[in-house]
Ligand binder design. Structure first.
Ligand SMILES: [Zn+2]
Length: 323
């Protein structure tokens, strides 16, 4: 199932930090975080844990946190979606990157449905339900963390885990994953997505629209599934976040497009291009040119349609630096 493939992937690539009880979630409290990096190790690209296959960008181990005082509670928080909730607003409310909300609730669909309970980690991280066959060791391997991270945060004593047990894997919100090359994939921190065309004007936002050319989505007759940036024919388009090129070339509605999938499983689509500058399989860094503005596909003039997908579901890009 497509949705779950992406969700699982995103969870698998979560990177964790050790935490014998850290309380702060604000990166500013960890000024030396990066400098304190100690180990980096690669997960075996072909290994599988349970039914979770570790893919090409499963490499993640990153630095450890600075333990301070004990958390009040380490249990997941259940938040029931209320009218007006978005991933972003829930993230703000609970001081979590919105991706943590997605990671912790596999199969989540946008727009959020009022009344749906969501599992949220008490610290930036991921809520994981233990499946049959999972052990502390296999989960540690799957998440690229030391087994003591899994055991410690969740106060588990032995290696045996009961299926159905809910665990929290802490993830530093300021950290990005590494590609298998060891290079940081991107700073795909929400809020650190680059404008694909610096200085370009946004001429159509994400959301319901009266513009009849747009397809129906999420119960709306016409819904704009990305944002449109105005730019002249041939203008260079750069990667908003780094990752691997997972599609390049003609597609129906999008025309000539490039799709970049980052190590969190987020997919960025750059549509209506005149030409592409990258090939499938290629790794691109944030800011690298991926193609040129055009008007191919369902387009009525030169512009870039930039779309962000989470689990194959279009979602509102957060703030873009430079738009
Ligand atoms: Zn568009």
């Amino acid at each position: 199932m497509r949705i779950n493939r992406y969700m699982t992937h995103a969870v698998v690539v979560a990177l964790a930090m050790a935490m014998s009880g850290y309380t702060a979630v604000d990166r500013s409290l960890f000024p030396d975080f990066h400098a304190a990096a100690v180990t980096a190790a690669a997960a075996d690209e072909s290994s599988a844990v349970g039914d979770v296959s570790l893919g090409r960008d499963s490499v993640i181990i990153k630095p450890l946190s600075v333990p301070t005082s004990a958390l009040a509670s380490r249990a997941p928080i259940v938040h029931v979606v209320v009218d007006g909730d978005t991933l972003e607003s829930i993230g703000r409310q609970f001081k979590l990157p919105w991706r943590d909300v997605v990671w912790s609730n596999p199969g989540l669909r946008m727009p959020l449905k009022v009344g749906r309970p969501l599992e949220l980690p008490p610290v930036p991280g991921v809520v994981v339900v233990v499946r049959k066959g999972d052990t502390a060791t296999s989960l540690a391997a799957a998440y690229g963390v030391d087994v003591s991270t899994v055991l410690g945060f969740n106060r588990i004593r032995g290696p045996q885990l009961m299926p159905g047990t809910v665990l929290v894997i802490p993830v530093d919100p300021a950290q990005g994953p590494n590609l298998s090359t060891g290079v940081p994939a991107d700073p795909v921190d929400p809020g650190q997505l680059l404008c694909p065309i610096a200085g370009a004007k946004i001429i159509q936002q994400f959301g319901p629209t009266s513009f009849a050319i747009e397809p129906s989505f999420g119960g709306y007759l016409h819904f704009h599934t990305g944002i449109d940036l105005l730019a002249g024919y041939g203008t260079s388009i750069v990667a908003s976040a780094g990752g691997r090129v997972t599609a390049a070339g003609p597609a129906d509605y999008f025309g000539i497009r490039v799709e970049v999938t980052d190590s969190f499983g987020l997919v960025e689509v750059y549509a209506h291009m005149s030409q592409v500058a990258v090939a499938v399989g290629q790794e691109v860094q944030q800011g690298a040119t991926v193609g040129s503005v055009g008007s191919t596909g369902l387009s009525i003039g030169a512009h870039l349609h930039f779309q962000l997908e989470v689990g194959r579901v279009p979602t509102a890009p957060g703030p873009l630096i430079g738009c």
